[in-house]
Ligand binder design. Structure first.
Ligand code: NAP
Length: 284
């Protein structure tokens, strides 16, 4: 089998067209643009690229970005003060703090400070709890993007065996919960999983969020599976996924490329979250 590519760039472009309409509706109803505050601390080169992409996507869709580039030596109290000010700012509907933060800043404490209503990344405990309980909440961007990518293939998720490799709070766990809420039968694998290869081999839908270059090899993939490669592993100036792409293409029915798969969808889901927060806030 030669897998068909799931084009995350094209899908995210088409979602952005819809979001443009939503952003324009908000502006005409409330006399201002949806606002997204993007906070970056320090000069991590990967973060610079991610933040640039997020701001560019805001511009494309008609969302106003408020960009804060803070120095590496920023005190935790100063960052918290900024978040408090943005929580109370009527022009800001979404706030994101680009991770990772420099050492010395308590990531958990800082993310918890963002008002759950403005938590554009969907990382706040209130939103994570809402996801678990099936309550209306802001969904984390990468897992939400994963679901859109799977649906774009026309694959019915309900009843399928879905295997998620990775259990991080930002990708693996929420991706598993979203798949469960779509009625898949879900297995989560992690570094202590015994015989991961045979579990993966049983997956109709395989999500790899491990952070190890080409961790998933062809022999771990079921014939005809949908493979979502979340990994972004930089090596010798090149970006590699968590899946051995060439081998996977021989087995899978559909696969996301790296780059151009999950990455663009993550950014688009962030903008979607900000717009939804803006409308939700006006309704409440
Ligand atoms: P993470 O926090 O490091 O989590 C990695 C997970 O993989 C952990 O649950 C870990 O298990 C598991 N794992 C590690 N080694 C393993 C092994 N040998 N066998 C089985 N499981 C193993 O990473 P993350 O934040 O979820 O990110 C995962 C990847 O996705 C990274 O490459 C990251 O750059 C990428 N990413 C991409 C996007 C995007 O937009 N495209 C967004 C976020 C992340 P334990 O829990 O047992 O340690």
């Amino acid at each position: 089998m030669s897998a068909r590519l799931i084009d995350g760039k094209a899908l995210s472009q088409s979602i952005k067209e819809t979001l443009k309409g939503e952003a324009a509706k908000f502006e005409s109803a409330y006399g201002r643009k949806v606002g997204l505050a993007v906070i970056k601390v320090g000069a991590n080169p990967a973060s610079e690229v991610y933040v640039r992409n997020k701001i560019k996507s805001c511009e494309e869709v008609g969302v106003k970005s408020f960009s804060y580039n803070l120095p590496e030596e920023t005190e935790e109290s100063a960052l918290i003060e900024l978040i408090d000010a943005l929580n109370g700012d009527g022009n800001v509907d979404g706030i994101l703090v680009q991770l990772p933060l420099p050492k010395g800043l308590n990531e958990k404490k800082i993310l918890a400070r963002i008002s759950p209503e403005k938590d554009a990344d969907g990382f706040h405990a209130v939103n994570a709890g809402g996801l678990l309980l099936g309550l209306p909440c802001t969904k984390p961007c990468t897992p939400a993007g994963i679901i859109e990518l799977i649906k774009s293939t026309g694959t019915e998720i309900a009843g399928k065996n879905a295997v998620v490799i990775g259990r991080s709070n930002i990708v693996g766990k929420p991706a598993a919960i979203l798949l469960l809420s779509e009625n898949a039968t879900v297995t989560i694998c992690h570094s202590k999983t015994v015989d991961l290869a045979s579990i993966a081999k049983n997956a109709d839908i395989l999500v790899a969020a491990v952070g190890i270059k080409e961790f998933v090899t062809g022999d771990m993939i079921k014939e005809g599976a949908v493979v979502i490669d979340v990994g972004m592993n930089r090596c010798d100036g090149k970006l590699y996924g968590d899946v051995n792409f060439a081998e996977a293409c021989e087995k899978a029915a559909y696969i996301t490329p790296v780059p151009g798969g999950v990455g663009p969808m993550t950014v688009t889901m962030l903008i979607k979250n900000a717009i939804e927060s803006a409308f939700r806030c006006k309704k409440s």
